[in-house]
Design a protein around this ligand. Structure first.
Ligand SMILES: Nc1ncnc2c1ncn2[C@@H]1O[C@H](COP(=O)(O)OP(=O)(O)OP(=O)(O)O)[C@@H](O)[C@H]1O
Length: 591
């Protein structure tokens, strides 16, 4: 089985321990027949045998030995069970730990497209519930199966040594039980696949609801969200019940078969006893072990249910393992530590799945230049800049950095040469200090403050209760939009990379603060090519060049003054934003 092979490979380092656990399981379970055997000897020798009374007086030593043997074997089995469980637990926990790290690394290594297509809730379910289910199966379900099978076989072999014909009578129903179990397993499998999907939907809804809590509150949509959650919860619960209850359709047959073991034993065993084919002791031993044959039949449904759950979870985990990022290093990537910062878009086009978002875009940014990109919403600005650090790869054309196609550059080095502040600001649950130093963990305190000053963030940070040590939440809880943007900007410039990309980073700050930030950016004390997406003319006016995107195409290109002179899109935006102060800014742009 492919899935089990995968699991076995991932048990690396714990295989020996797991095999020991399996062997201990087999050994401990085989010993189940020892005490019934001893009790058979006791009954036949000291209770029901022909010379029972005589033996009781003459063979006391044997009786005591047999009794002590029973106690000893019980203790031995308890000790073995303890050791066995310990080995299963340790090996499965170690495996879980290893696989979790491995899968986490895999998820970290995925490209943006992977995150576009996989829901966070689903990934979380895989990394938690599914992994736990697999571990639980390794530690408990496989143990139960191995032990049930061993006890069953040991008991059957023991019965055969007593009387083969009687054993065959007792096993007469076994093939039927396996047929019923097989049909049940086939019936229930798709239900567990469906159940797993519904669990993932439930988790996705919960995750979205919690992270989007502020939007929910803002629109007073709590009731709607509760309804949505309840619906997913009901779906999951119904699927759970359906899968669990389907067992009840089969249960009466299997329970009847399991009960029949006792009836057959009473009828056939009684006859064999009366005909002196078996002794009282042997009858007692079979009676005391009949559970070993009937219980696995009874539990077969529970085991099949758990196995189906196990395979449903395992296949989800394996999905992560085999998901290959499309954006990876070339075979022999170009090794270049520090870039100059020359960026060139050469007739590039880009499609998300099938929709064309960028169409034949060409432009060049020389090292140290500042290029501003403007355009209507959805015109492809963010998509365009995402092509530089290879968050996505072009569909056609080439993006070159320092004259080399980005696909030929070493990916970590490429991204390590770019400082980026994204449009959707995400701050980690950490101190402000920790957030600013995220890309440069060794950043000194002075440097942190310096970068915060450049990003016009220092003033508000020092006014916070714990200054730079203030912990901000998952998404910068407690900070205004503009404050978050400024911390994100400080984080982007703190890494001192030769390419700086700012995606609408100052949209939420006031004009005065923005003026300060623009000045800082112009005066950065390290060589840096800047690409700035902005909607405000006040941000773009000082750029060396401004590109206007519309519908994925560059429709205008030039300096502030040149674009104003063209009287196109840029001019219209300028007029809209500067009614009344237009003249002043025109003059400024011409400087
Ligand atoms: N991950 C994605 N998958 C599919 N389509 C996407 C994805 N991201 C963006 N798009 C689509 O690509 C187009 C361009 O989006 P993009 O974010 O680049 O625009 P933008 O110019 O940056 O917009 P805005 O100014 O609103 O940020 C839009 O039509 C958008 O719906």
């Amino acid at each position: 089985m492919f899935e089990l092979k995968w699991l076995w490979q991932n048990l690396e380092g714990n295989k020996a321990r797991y095999i020991v656990a399996l062997c201990l399981s087999v050994l401990g379970s085989s010993l189940t027949i020892v005490n019934p055997y001893i009790s058979q000897r006791i009954v036949d020798t000291f209770i029901a045998g022909d010379n029972a009374l005589q033996n009781l007086t003459q063979e006391r030593g044997l009786l005591i030995t047999l009794c002590l043997g029973m106690i000893g074997f019980s203790l031995l089995r308890t000790g073995l069970a303890y050791l066995t469980t310990m080995q299963y637990e340790i090996s499965s926990q170690n495996m879980l730990y290893q696989i979790r790290i491995y899968l986490y690394n895999k998820i970290q290594g995925q490209d943006r497209a992977y995150y576009d297509h996989n829901r966070t809730g689903d990934l979380m379910t895989k990394m938690t519930g599914d992994l736990d289910m697999v571990r639980h199966s390794m530690a408990w379900i496989f143990k139960t199966i191995i032990e049930s099978v061993t006890i069953f076989l040991a008991a059957v072999i023991y019965f055969f040594t007593i009387d083969a014909a009687l054993t065959l009578w007792m096993l007469i129903l076994s093939p039927l039980i396996f047929v019923v179990a097989y049909i049940f397993a086939k019936h229930v499998r798709p239900m567990y696949v469906d159940l797993r999907e519904r669990l993932s939907q439930l988790n996705t809804t919960t995750q979205e609801n919690i992270s989007g809590n502020r939007v929910v509150k803002a629109f007073a949509r709590e009731e709607f969200e509760i309804k949505k959650f309840t619906e997913k919860n009901v779906n999951y619960s119904t699927a759970n019940k359906k899968a669990a209850l389907v067992w009840l359709d089969y249960f009466p047959y299997l329970e009847t078969f399991a009960q029949a073991f006792n009836v057959i034993l009473l009828l056939a065993g009684g006859l064999f006893l009366m005909n002196d084919r078996i002794t009282f002791g042997e009858f007692a031993a079979i009676s005391s072990l009949i559970w070993a044959v009937s219980n696995p039949m009874r539990n077969i449904g529970i085991i099949i249910n758990d196995i189906q759950r196990f395979f449903a979870s395992l296949s989800k985990i394996i999905d992560i393992h085999y998901a290959r990022p499309r954006i990876v290093n070339e075979h022999n990537p170009v090794d270049k530590r520090r870039y100059e910062g020359r960026i060139e878009f050469e007739h590039i086009s880009f499609k998300y799945d099938s929709a064309t978002v960028l169409d034949d875009v060409s432009f060049t940014v020389e090292p140290g230049e500042t290029v501003a990109i403007m355009g209507s919403t959805g015109s492809g600005k963010t998509t365009l800049i995402n092509l530089i650090p290879r968050f996505y790869d072009v569909s056609e054309g080439r993006v070159l950095v320092d004259g080399i196609d980005v696909r030929e550059l070493e990916l970590d080095q490429l991204r390590g040469n770019i400082g980026i502040a994204t449009q959707d600001v995400l701050l980690f649950s950490d101190t402000i200090d920790g957030n600013i130093a995220y890309g440069e963990p060794e950043l000194s305190e002075e440097a942190t403050i310096h970068n915060a000053q450049l990003a016009a963030a220092h003033e508000f940070i020092i006014r916070m209760p714990e200054g730079y040590d203030t912990v901000v939440g998952e998404r910068g809880v407690g900070l205004s939009g503009g404050q978050k943007q400024r911390i994100a900007l400080a984080r982007a410039i703190a890494v001192r990379r030769p390419i700086l990309i700012l995606d609408d980073t100052t949209s939420a700050v006031d004009l005065e603060t923005e003026e300060h930030i623009q000045k800082s950016l112009r005066e950065l004390d390290y060589p840096c090519t800047k690409i700035i997406i902005a909607q405000r003319v006040s941000t773009t006016a000082q750029a060396d060049r401004i590109l206007i995107l519309d519908g994925g195409r560059v429709i205008e290109q030039g300096t502030h003054a040149e674009l104003l002179a063209r009287r196109g899109y840029y001019y219209d935006v300028f007029m809209l934003q500067n009614e009344g102060i237009g003249r002043q800014v025109i003059a400024h742009g011409k400087e």
